[in-house]
Write a protein that binds this ligand. Structure first.
Ligand code: MN
Length: 272
């Protein structure tokens, strides 16, 4: 086992050396971490599917990303190279350590905002998957101070409260709005706290889950709930949101049925 890890590390270092010799690339600040070994093939397949599902559901477009914690190494996560989510294939999936250093980049570029994922996995051992999107219906709730609240049973997971991360207030700086450093990732993870969703003022949101299907489900129904809440607000009456006890019961019931939409979504996504 030791020998296998050593060999693959040496092979990886050789590939980096070859790439450096072939092109004037900028060297990474730190040496690449050694691989934790291959992830479960089904997890990779699910991650590819998750990318395509989230595009089909209007959560991701040419931007945004979804990751999964490595099934055999909790200090690693898996995410596609910097590519539009609809185009993601198994060969695009890269391994990262929790400081968001790629293990074996081989010339592949990484998403600028990968620190969202690494810092949340560090802060939340319960989280196994993370979705970062700019899903449009959610944006107004990040800029108006109107809280996003669960309007129906499908979005009961919002009942614990949906915090808003204001990058300017949190960092004390004028930024380009992107979570492009570990420090900004830590501030975002701090705003998320123990919640399922955190909104990013003027930018998007992050949804976490205990599994990839759960994170995908939550990302989809965060967008739907936001759309419905804006519609209900437009009707002008008093909105009755789920009571916390209703939300707790509804979430438990829906949790048991997650496999149904996931099977459908994955089948359609991988047939494309
Ligand atoms: Mn973003």
């Amino acid at each position: 086992m030791q020998g296998m890890v050593r060999r693959s590390f040496i092979a990886g270092a050789g590939a980096v050396a070859a790439a450096v010799a072939a092109a004037p690339v900028r060297l990474p600040a730190q040496p690449s971490p050694a691989t934790a070994g291959p992830a479960d093939a089904k997890l990779i397949e699910d991650l590819v599917a998750a990318n395509r599902i989230l595009v089909g559901q209007g959560v991701l477009d040419g931007y945004g990303h979804v990751s999964a914690r490595h099934d055999r190494a909790p200090d690693r996560y898996l995410m596609a190279r910097s590519v539009a989510p609809e185009l993601v294939a198994a060969g695009d999936i890269m391994e990262y350590d929790l400081d968001s250093n790629p293990v074996d980049a081989r010339g592949r570029t990484s998403y600028l905002e990968r620190f969202i994922h690494g810092e949340i996995y560090k802060a939340r051992p319960d989280v196994k998957a993370v979705v970062h999107s700019h899903s449009p219906s959610v944006i107004p709730f990040g800029v108006t101070g109107v809280p996003l609240r669960p309007l129906y049973h499908m979005s009961a997971f919002l009942a614990g409260g949906v915090p808003v991360f204001d990058i300017r207030a949190a960092s004390g700086e004028m930024t380009d709005m992107l979570v492009r450093t570990p420090a900004l990732g830590r501030l975002l993870a701090g705003s998320l706290g123990g919640a399922a969703v955190v909104l990013m003022r003027g930018h998007g949101n992050v949804v976490v889950g205990a599994s990839l299907p759960q994170a995908v489900f939550r990302a989809v129904y965060t967008e739907v709930n936001a759309r419905l809440q804006a519609q209900a607000t437009g009707l002008g009456g008093q909105i009755t949101f789920l009571d916390p006890e209703e939300a707790r019961k509804a979430e438990a019931s829906i949790e048991g049925t997650l496999a149904r939409p996931w099977e459908l979504w994955k089948k359609k996504a991988l047939a494309r």
